[in-house]
Design a protein. Structure first.
Length: 110
């Protein structure tokens, strides 16, 4: 089994998800449920770190990031040796190329 490291930015992303659903949508129960499902998906990476796909399958940028999708969120991580490091938890509708690499999905194909 691999060690799991959740980076500070991924923790902040999870907190933002919970806050958004709780405060903006007004559904604290759903907020807890979504974060719980995301944490379960993240936890599964300890046993199957390469179960995701390479991020380069989504965007035309060479990267060593992998991703899995959980509850319409992309969980972005890297698997190195015996450690899986989760870097971001992003809504699948966000422009993740811009968030991660500073370019839009339109620019990446140029």
């Amino acid at each position: 089994m691999h060690k799991l490291r959740i980076n500070p930015q991924a923790l902040a992303d999870l907190k933002s998800v919970k806050t958004y659903i709780n405060e903006e949508i007004g559904n604290p129960g759903a907020a807890r449920a979504v974060v719980s499902m995301l944490m379960t998906s993240i936890g599964s990476l300890k046993e199957k770190p390469l179960s995701g796909k390479r991020l380069s399958a989504l965007i035309d940028i060479d990267s060593d990031y992998y991703y899995i999708i959980s509850v319409s969120y992309l969980i972005l991580y890297k698997a190195d040796g015996e450690t899986v490091s989760v870097y971001r938890v992003l809504n699948g509708r966000r422009d993740y190329a811009k968030v991660l690499f500073g370019m839009s999905r339109e620019e990446e194909g140029e």
